[in-house]
Design a protein around this ligand. Structure first.
Ligand SMILES: *[C@@H]1O[C@H](CO)[C@@H](O)[C@H](O)[C@H]1NC(C)=O
Ligand SMILES: *[C@@H]1O[C@H](CO)[C@@H](O)[C@H](O)[C@H]1NC(C)=O
Ligand SMILES: *[C@@H]1O[C@H](CO)[C@@H](O)[C@H](O)[C@H]1NC(C)=O
Ligand SMILES: *[C@@H]1O[C@H](CO)[C@@H](O)[C@H](O)[C@H]1NC(C)=O
Ligand SMILES: *[C@@H]1O[C@H](CO)[C@@H](O)[C@H](O)[C@H]1NC(C)=O
Length: 392
């Protein structure tokens, strides 16, 4: 599938006009005045749902899933078709083995997945596959910045669907498009009070993006590695269960961690199924870090060093001490635009500008989330990247 993507780029080069911004990698000058969101890169607002943690886990997701049932079915059918074409035995495992493994998932996750499957009217194994899926396919940009007054802002683009089928007719990734109707903002409540907020995909019970008011903000980016998620998940299916699902770890941290330091320890030390980058912000000036994880341990801990004049930490999908892959350099564009905006002028508006600049914004981008722990603000927007735009 990679070759068909590259081929498509080559054809675009040969057949396209000669303007620089029309030739891959479709870079552009740092954008400005894109906020409040409007125009062709803004696809719409994200709906808000309450998830009531006082309800039994089986019942929590009923309302959301009953409303999102139709797009969830379409996406799962699509994932199954891809899985079948790559690895036909997988579907047999999904239908026969996975449902049996539900009992090995820690509380409350097994019960929640059962609730989702029943509310969607889909087989348990398929909802499990859907949840596993996020452990290995997200490519993103995350940034935590500190403004001149010491307040923290945390923002991310969630890019998803790489290699999962390119739609030649409308130049888009099929999974990326199918995911957009599933994006939802979730307000997790206990005793009618917010415990944490998250932007998520209906049907997925782990968390990729979240804010716990007055405590922390957290995003997760995929980390590719040879000893990667596929191996961890296969081992888990075959019976090695020490590792925790990444999405369950982030969910537990958002739900139950009471401080930045506690979150840091949990995210650094818990054994996981897949490697990852955790981007964490606290509620005190200077509390911002990127944790680079292998499955078993923390390989690198990078905390914002304000003494040295560092005022943001930014992570895409490559170890920050190494160069990014040459065909996917979102990092330099994003860093350049952050520095161009400058600490004095950093805000939701200017961070949204950075995240709207190609190729930081690309054809995989499903949503942009902006979080401010000091103002207790949480905003999320659906994205589009009309042609000419980088496929990733
Ligand atoms: C700060 O950002 C705003 C919004 O993008 C822009 O209108 C303004 O010109 C910027 N100011 C400076 C000093 O860069
Ligand atoms: C591309 O086509 C698919 C299905 O044909 C559709 O769901 C999707 O919205 C389209 N994407 C764009 C960007 O037009
Ligand atoms: C939450 O609020 C609703 C109505 O606003 C009330 O009926 C319910 O008892 C409250 N629940 C708790 C746990 O306080
Ligand atoms: C958070 O802690 C409570 C109380 O210990 C527990 O019941 C709940 O399952 C935990 N949540 C997660 C997501 O682990
Ligand atoms: C921490 O949270 C409080 C209350 O939400 C807020 O007033 C304060 O500015 C926050 N601190 C930082 C550094 O964002």
């Amino acid at each position: 599938m990679l070759s068909s993507v590259l081929l498509c780029c080559v054809l675009l080069v040969l057949g396209g006009p000669v303007l620089a911004q029309d030739v891959p990698p479709y870079t552009e000058d740092c954008r400005s005045e894109t906020y409040p969101p409007s125009g062709p890169t803004f696809k719409g607002n994200v709906q808000l749902y309450t998830i009531n943690l006082d309800q039994p886990p089986y019942e929590r997701w009923q309302k959301l899933i009953s409303e999102k049932k139709a797009p969830l079915m379409v996406l799962i059918q699509h994932i199954k078709n891809i899985a079948k074409s790559i690895f036909p035995e997988l579907i047999d495992i999904v239908d026969r083995k996975l449902p049996f493994l539900i009992g090995t998932l820690p509380f409350p996750f097994g019960e929640e997945i059962k609730g989702v499957a029943d509310a969607a009217g889909l087989p348990l194994g398929e909802i499990m596959l859907f949840n596993i899926f996020y452990e290995v396919f997200s490519v993103c940009t995350s940034v935590v910045a500190q403004d001149s007054s010491g307040k923290l802002l945390h923002a991310r683009n969630l890019d998803f669907g790489l290699f999962l089928g390119w739609d030649v007719k409308n130049s888009s990734w099929m999974v990326t498009e199918l995911l957009k109707p599933l994006v939802a903002n979730l307000n997790f409540q206990q005793n009618n009070k917010t415990v944490f907020m998250s932007t998520s995909f209906a049907g997925y019970i782990g968390m990729l993006t979240g804010m716990k008011p007055s405590v922390l903000t957290l995003t997760m980016n995929e980390r590719f590695s040879l000893d990667g998620g596929y191996i961890g998940i296969l081992e888990w299916i075959l019976g090695r269960r020490q590792g925790m699902w990444m999405g369950f770890l982030t969910r537990s941290v958002l739900e139950n961690a009471t401080s930045y330091d506690e979150a840091k320890t949990l995210l650094s030390k818990t054994e996981m199924l897949a490697p990852a980058y955790f981007i964490l912000g606290g509620n005190t000036s200077g509390e911002a870090c990127v944790i680079t994880r292998s499955r078993t341990s923390s390989l690198n801990f990078w905390e914002m060093d304000t003494q040295k004049g560092e005022w943001f930490v930014l992570e895409t999908n490559y170890d920050h001490w190494k160069p990014p892959l040459f065909i996917d350099n979102r990092r330099d564009s994003a860093n350049k635009c952050m520095n161009k905006k400058g600490q004095k002028n950093i805000s939701f508006a200017t961070i949204y500008d950075v995240l709207s600049t190609k190729p930081v914004l690309n054809k995989l981008t499903t949503y942009t989330t902006l979080m401010s722990i000091s103002e207790n603000k949480f905003e999320s927007y659906l994205r589009d990247c009309p042609h000419p735009c980088m496929p990733w």
